[in-house]
Ligand binder design. Structure first.
Ligand code: ZN
Ligand code: ZN
Length: 268
């Protein structure tokens, strides 16, 4: 069986992704209204009724905006860790008890043959996580909303076939931008967001000969540009003596307002 996925939308304004293997469909985060989620999913010819479970990375609104409404509409189970649940309970309205599932940080959970691994990340939320999805030898990693990438996270996501990696901002654009200084400091801090530069540095440590695609994700609308992210990542990786072209690693765009194509990982 093969794993495939689509980033339904990504950016500071909203995030959601679908991971599919066999007849299992997992939705990661619901950062848009239920109506908008239906539209995005329709573009990739799936619907909420195909989804088996929702996984939640953390409780910021760009990840849970439509979570309550969407889960209620399709009667979907939600998986999050305990501290995130404490926040969700306050924010997303009523969820049937049988649809509330605790998935502890660092744990694994099987959905059919698809194995999901959660891992802790450094970000200013209750207990934020990223996920790895394993199907046989295939591996997809999701690492967005992190102030820096610890060696533990690097170890966890290394050797993935595909990585959805935060390239949130260009440091200079952010510094020069109009945000108040305390917000800039938050974004630049250890519990903020990964810059293009930091993402590139991290990428050098986590990619292997198995890695085929890197999705540049969670871009700031005010302090980044897709082309700039691409250029920066390419340049920094090259400075470290690695050629993405030679390694046949593709840098893939994500969008604020539309899904990426379905990407099927290489069969084993
Ligand atoms: Zn966040
Ligand atoms: Zn976010």
């Amino acid at each position: 069986m093969g794993l495939r996925f689509t980033v339904l939308s990504s950016g500071s304004t909203g995030n959601a992704m679908v991971v599919q293997s066999g007849d299992v469909n997992l939705l990661v985060d619901v950062g848009f209204s239920a109506k908008k989620m239906d539209q995005l999913m329709k573009e990739r010819e799936i619907s909420g009724s195909d989804i088996d479970a929702i996984l939640v990375t953390h409780e910021h609104s760009d990840h849970i905006k439509g979570l309550g409404a969407f889960a209620r509409k399709y009667d979907l189970p939600i998986y999050a860790n305990e501290k995130t649940w404490e926040e969700l309970n306050r924010q997303i309205g009523e969820i049937a008890e049988e649809n509330k599932h605790v998935m502890e940080t660092g744990s694994f959970r099987d959905f059919g043959t698809l194995k999901v691994e959660s891992f802790g990340i450094s970000h200013d939320a209750a207990e934020p996580v990223g996920f790895c999805f394993h199907e046989g030898e295939q591996k997809l990693a999701l690492a967005t909303d992190l102030g820096y990438m610890s060696s533990k996270v690097k170890e966890t996501i290394s050797d993935a076939d595909a990585i959805v990696l935060e390239t949130n901002h260009d440091v200079e654009m952010l510094r020069m931008g109009h945000y108040p200084w305390n917000i800039k400091r938050r974004i630049l801090g250890d519990k903020g967001h990964l810059s293009n530069e930091a993402a590139a540095e991290a990428l050098c440590d986590v990619m292997t000969s198995k890695t085929k695609s890197v999705y540049m994700a969670h871009l700031s609308r005010d302090h980044n540009l897709m082309d700039l992210a691409r250029l920066t990542v390419n340049n920094i990786v090259e400075e470290r003596g690695v050629s993405l072209k030679e390694q046949k690693v593709q840098l893939v765009d994500t969008y604020f307002d539309r899904p990426t194509k379905w990407d099927a990982l290489d069969p084993e």
